[in-house]
Write a protein that binds this ligand. Sequence first.
Ligand SMILES: CC(C)(COP(=O)(O)OP(=O)(O)OC[C@H]1O[C@@H](n2cnc3c(N)ncnc32)[C@H](O)[C@@H]1OP(=O)(O)O)[C@@H](O)C(=O)NCCC(=O)NCCS
Length: 180
Amino acid sequence: MKTPFIRPRSTEDLRACIDALASVHRSDRYPVDWPADPGRWLTPSDLLQAWVAVEGSDVVGHVGLSQLDAATLEPSLATAIGTPVGRVGSITRLFVTPQGRGHGHATHLLDVVRKEAANLGVTLMLDVSDEGHAAIALYERVGWRRVASAHADWLNTAGKRALVHYYVSPDAVQEPTQSE
Ligand SMILES: CC(C)(COP(=O)(O)OP(=O)(O)OC[C@H]1O[C@@H](n2cnc3c(N)ncnc32)[C@H](O)[C@@H]1OP(=O)(O)O)[C@@H](O)C(=O)NCCC(=O)NCCS
C-alpha cells in the first residue's frame, strides 16, 4: 500500500479535482450524471472540509466531510445510527482516479476524515449506491457497519430508483436513543 500525500483541498486544487472527477465519471458513472457545475457539486453547502490525495502534482483522490442536520438527516436514520441529529457528519464526494486505484488512497482518505470527525466529536456516516461494488467492498473491509438501506429519489445507471445503503464509521459508539 502506497502512502499518498494527503492535504486539505485548496481553492487552487478545484480545477484538478474536476479533471479527476471527470475521469472517474467516464470510467464508473460516478456521479451517475455529470453535474452542470462540477465545482459546486464538489463543494456542497454543508461541506466542512475536503482533502485531496496527490501523487507528484496530480490529484488522484478526493474526499469531503459534510455536517448533517435535521433537514438533511431523517430521524429514522438518526435512530438507526444511534446518535442525536446535529452530531452527525457524512463522508461525501469520495473518489480515486482509475490510475490511482488499488494503492490504499481511499483507505487513507477515509482515515483522515475519521480523525477529523473524532476531533469535532461527530459520528461519521456515509451512503453508497448499491451499484458501488468497489466502494461497498472497501467500506466493509475497513469496518464500516451497514445500518439501513432505502430507495433514493434519484436514478441509478440502469435508470431505476437507486438503492442506497447507509453505513456508520467503525468509531461510532451507539448511544441510547431514549432518556430514562
Ligand atoms: C471506491 C474507490 C474510492 C476505491 O479507491 P482505492 O483507492 O482503489 O481504494 P483502496 O486502494 O483504499 O482499496 C481498499 C479496499 O477496497 C476494496 N476495493 C477497492 N477497489 C475494489 C474493486 N474494484 N473491487 C473490489 N474491491 C475493491 C478492496 O477491499 C480493497 O482492499 P485490497 O486492496 O486489500 O483488496 C474507487 O474505486 C472509486 O473512486 N470508485 C468510483 C467512485 C465511488 O464509487 N466512490 C464512492 C462513492 S460512495
